[in-house]
Write a protein that binds this ligand. Structure first.
Ligand code: URA
Length: 209
């Protein structure tokens, strides 16, 4: 699918299988979500621009690259995106964080906003939205809508698991936003859960069910 990158690295795939296992503990689930997010962060930041600066090594003066251009914001969709945000911040600790509170109405499966707090200069930054499950796509589309309303033009979306219909919906609604996932599953069940999926990512991360 155009604009969708599946990160098929063996480490990512192995760790995703741990998440799919219904017998994985809450502790393991949360730490593996964080680890995969770090690995996905490595991929999603692959094209960040760099510039050369002068640096004094213990031996000599060198010209060496540093990250240049827009600063990053990590934007977790609450609450399931929080562990992913931690994994991204492990790699880019200077990134700012925008919290996006959206819940899925259990009947309509539509996304309902209840919280939005972003850095004041978010419009000048590159924003990486993180949400582990791209299921119907409603939440992802709403999160991207909110950030665009706040003036953001440089957006990326990162999830652990996408459904094919969800990924198609997000790409259709926001064709300018590239999407990264560790895997894509074929379908959703009647409750909007990804099949085979890994269950409810929020509940499994926080041990609430
Ligand atoms: N949210 C989840 O946590 N899991 C799914 O399968 C779909 C949405």
């Amino acid at each position: 699918m155009q604009g969708l990158t599946i990160v098929d690295h063996p480490l990512v795939q192995h760790k995703l299988t741990l998440l799919r296992d219904r017998n994985s503990s809450t502790n393991l689930f949360r730490s593996v979500v964080r680890e995969i997010a770090t690995l996905l962060c490595y991929e999603v930041t692959r094209d960040l621009p760099t510039e050369f600066i002068g640096v004094e090594t213990p031996i000599a003066t060198a010209r060496a690259p540093t990250i240049a251009g827009k600063k990053l914001v990590v934007a977790p969709v609450l609450r399931a995106g929080l562990a992913m945000a931690e994994g991204m911040l492990d790699l880019v600790p200077s990134a700012r964080v925008a919290h996006i509170g959206l819940y899925r109405d259990p009947i309509t499966l539509q996304a309902v906003e209840y919280y939005f707090k972003a850095p004041e200069d978010v419009a000048d930054r590159r924003v990486i939205v993180v949400d582990p499950m791209l299921a119907t796509g409603h939440t992802a589309i709403a999160a991207l809508d909110l950030l665009k309303e706040a003036g953001v033009t440089d957006l990326r979306f990162v999830c652990l698991l996408a459904s094919r219909p969800g990924a198609e919906a997000v790409r259709a609604a926001h064709p300018d936003v590239p999407v990264w996932a560790a895997a894509m599953d074929p379908e959703l069940n009647d409750h909007g859960y990804i099949v085979p999926g890994l269950g409810d990512a929020g509940d499994r991360t926080f041990g609430t069910r």
